[in-house]
Design a protein around this ligand. Structure first.
Ligand code: SF4
Length: 414
């Protein structure tokens, strides 16, 4: 990564001059900019789950005590400061994630989407997703979110099993999970359910029950994640007893079989959708599209004709709010992706897609010729991890199973 614009000593936004710096001659030549989506981060949860390494902070008290108005103002300031970097570009999808954004009031979501629409040109059919957690929802809240303009709801169910939910430290019980899905489907056609498998002491049978319960709702989309132990989490410090690797692999096969039989297409390692219901924001992300991330700890990836830039916002909500209140920059980091790192960054995303990507997308999104990765494509193919022809790059089944081994082949040479 090459830092290109040091933040001013006064910390004030210099967006217009930064946009000018990004337009200066660089090492890449992108013929066209990729699709753009907007990610909005909400950094608070009722309680921190022991496996969670997201930028989520436990909020003592009720949702009424959250600094909602101040946070919405900070998001407005954040978005306004970023506008010169995405000037004139249309936004294809909005994703409000967290944390637990369903802690926001309906009026708060309405205000937020009003601000977004006033400041950014949204595609008329833009998909607007909001993440919601069972246990944070008063009756009628989903209907209110729908009226405010949210078009897709993503519910963090994780499991319908009481013991599993306790082991995961979730605040909801199975009845609240079931009720949340029923409520969601009364107001939304497009609902995603997040599930996890390979949970502490989970059997194949228990995992199957969870998935069958989810499938009985026929949600438009399912995200089914393998529980992993991340550094700096409570589970990393006090590891729970998890199913062995071969049991977890059997569960993954079961997930793939049951979802396929129910008519879902797997389009990414953990994502299954009914036809036409893939998540637009996530699909853009995996295709190395652009996203502007606002909110505490949010990340952005933005392309310019001759460079690609990554940004991260301040992680701590208190610091984010304080700086926004002073009208100062909310950036914690900003750097240009080096030509050397681009192939790996592209592949890290694209190889998660079951159908891979057209080969031409590499040049389109990185500004580099595909010859830059030909030797690595050949190596991955010879190891049986990748299928590649003049049209398409696609991970094989083996490549999906050993995704890390496949991705690291594209790391820059020493
Ligand atoms: S609810 Fe989600 S974001 Fe919040 S702590 Fe739990 S896993 Fe993390």
């Amino acid at each position: 990564m090459i830092p290109i614009v040091p933040l001013g000593a006064d910390g004030r936004p210099k967006s217009a001059s930064r946009a000018g710096a990004f337009a200066a001659p660089g090492l890449l030549h992108l013929a066209a900019l990729p699709p753009l989506t907007l990610y909005i981060h909400f950094p608070w949860c009722v309680r921190k789950c022991p496996y969670c390494d997201f930028n989520s902070h436990e909020h003592p008290g009720t949702s009424a005590d959250l600094p909602e108005a101040a946070y919405l103002e900070a998001l407005t300031h954040d978005l306004q400061a970023a506008l010169p970097l995405v000037w004139g570009r249309r936004v294809h999808a909005v994703f409000i994630g967290g944390g637990t954004p369903s802690l926001l009031s309906v009026a708060g979501v309405d205000t937020l989407l009003g601000t977004v629409r006033a400041l950014l040109p949204l595609e008329p059919d833009a998909e607007i997703t909001l993440e919601a957690n069972p246990g944070t929802l008063e009756a009628g809240k989903f209907a209110g979110f729908r009226q405010a303009g949210v078009t897709r709801l993503s519910i963090g169910v994780q499991s319908f099993d009481g013991q599993a939910l306790v082991a995961l430290g979730r605040i909801h019980d199975p009845n609240e999970a079931l009720r949340a899905v029923e409520d969601a489907q009364r107001s939304f056609e497009n609902v995603n359910l997040d599930l996890m498998y390979a949970l502490p002491n989970q059997s194949l049978e228990a995992m199957r029950r969870d998935l069958q319960t989810a499938l009985a709702f026929a949600p438009a989309h399912l995200s089914v994640y393998h529980l992993t132990i991340e550094p700096n989490t409570v589970f990393a410090k006090y590891p729970p007893r998890l199913p062995a690797d071969d049991s977890a692999a059997a569960m993954q096969e079961e997930v793939e079989g049951l979802t396929r039989a129910a008519g879902y297409g797997q389009y990414e390692i953990s994502a299954y959708a009914q036809p036409g219901r893939q998540s637009r924001h996530n699909l853009n992300y995996w295709n190395f599209g652009d996203y502007l991330g606002i909110g505490a700890g949010a990340h952005s990836k933005l392309s310019f004709p001759e460079r690609i830039v990554r940004q991260a916002r301040l992680r701590q909500p208190a610091a984010y709010l304080e700086r926004a209140g002073q009208g100062r920059s909310l950036l914690a980091e900003e750097s240009e992706v080096s030509v050397r790192d681009l192939p790996f960054e592209f592949m890290l995303n694209a190889l998660r897609l079951v159908e891979g990507v057209p080969l031409a997308r590499f040049a389109e999104r990185t500004g580099l010729a595909s010859a830059a990765i030909q030797a690595k494509l050949d190596e991955a193919s010879s190891l049986g991890l990748l299928e590649c022809d003049a049209q398409r790059i696609r991970p094989t089944e083996r490549g999906r199973r050993f995704l890390n081994d496949l991705q690291v082949l594209f790391l820059p040479d020493e």
